[in-house]
Design a protein around this ligand. Sequence first.
Ligand code: PEP
Ligand code: MG
Length: 537
Amino acid sequence: MKQGSGLPVFPGVAIGKAVVYQKAQRQEAVASGDPAIEQAKFEEACATAKEQLSQLFEKAKADLGEEQAAIVEVQMLMLDDLDYLEAVAGEIANGAAAATAAADCGENIAQVFASLDDEYMKARSADIRDVSQRVADILNGGSGFHLPEGKFLLVAEDLAPSETIQLPRERILAFVTRQGSSSSHTAILARTLNIPSLVQSDISLEDAAQCETLAVDGFTGNWYMDPDAQTLEMLRKKQAEADSDRQALEAYRGRKSVTKSGKQILLCANIGSPEDAEAAVAADAEGIGLMRSEFLYLGRENLPSEDELFEAYKKVAQIMGERPVVIRTLDIGADKQVDYMNLDKEENPALGLRGLRICLTREEIFRPQLRAIYRASAYGNLNVMFPMVASVWELQEAKALCKKIREELEAEGVPTKEVPIGVMVETPAAAVIAHELAKEAAFFSVGTNDLTQYTLAVDRQNAKLGRFYDPYHPALLALLAHIAKSANEAGIWAGICGELGADPKMTETFLKMGYSELSMAPGRILATRRLVCESEE
Ligand code: PEP
Ligand code: MG
């Protein structure tokens, strides 16, 4: 038995066959010496690639919706791009093997696109590389990634979004990656699929490919290869307990979250994409308490347009219907970086230009978000909140722009609805002046992850500081109590959307403090509802 660990991103236990996903190795293709033969091989490979992509497009559309499937559509169009086709024909005429020409020309064009100023063109470079590599892989005899029958645990160095959308989701028992973070695409997918998963693991891909059985404990973050009888028994017991607990929780599905004394609490889901909203509904969420809109900005190479944002928000609004949805405006900076925004490298990014500060500094980034939110407001029950607020004037400035944008849209004849504007309370300053902010805000949602980091001056990203990062610290509890009291006195609602919102040790305390909303990963909702319903509060 071999064992190791990683960062768990979803609890549960999975035991089964490991499949290692390896990106296709670049092989040195040998030219036949006859350009006509190489050209014919290239054209045949392009036809096969088109066929594969069109099947992938249908699958992505059915599984993930039109928007995600558009990645594939763009790649299909590139196989008809004259610049690419002529460049490949030129290399082949000069004696290159079809596979080498396909990959090299793709790489050359990708590099030209990557160096352009236009953000849209820049973003196309990854697609060109992806599609030309697909053609080269076909010419080299396939990608070498073959899935066995049945269900399996997927092990990989890392997975790109274009790779995850090709996977047969229903057959994956767990993800184990060597790279990635808890906000990586793989982690989000794992949470959406409710499957135990580890990122940043110390697993060896070679060993995983050889082992008979791989087991993942998403509660502790441990993985085991060919576990011995005792370990297997321990894991099976945990798995059975988790299964029977999940069954018991089903009794709480469809119920309201009401305490024994009749206090009603809203239990909502944290999401990162429109697809997650479907998982939230499946998990019986009573709303979306935090849509981390920055996920719409990650894993791409240009800013999403107003229309793209609008489509995403509209989809969430429609999926959730009358249930409330809180969209947090862009919270880029600190742990979530995107190169294409060309933000300065900072000495202290956690204290730098992040969250609302970026939006108030660069209106061209703020505007499309607010316009998209107001446009989408007509389709559901949307709320907006701003991250990293520290002062009242920041909220006032953001609110003024909201007002202006709503007026602008009305003048354009675009229907909008009132969108309650709230504050994400995650800086100690905002917590201390909560009574002042409450005069201007329609609600508070506490980001306990950052509030803990900033109150205790402990980097939330630094695993070595684990025991110093104490979300139960009396200073935190005092701030949390003050925030809820300020909200209640001002007659606005207060919720928790940081990780602490799903912490069973805190549910009763939050109820006592006067919080009326808790937002969490969808998979935690029924367990929290049980606690709320059992509470005397
Ligand atoms: C938080 O800070 O608690 C929070 C919910 O936001 P994020 O984790 O995205 O910073
Ligand atoms: Mg935060």
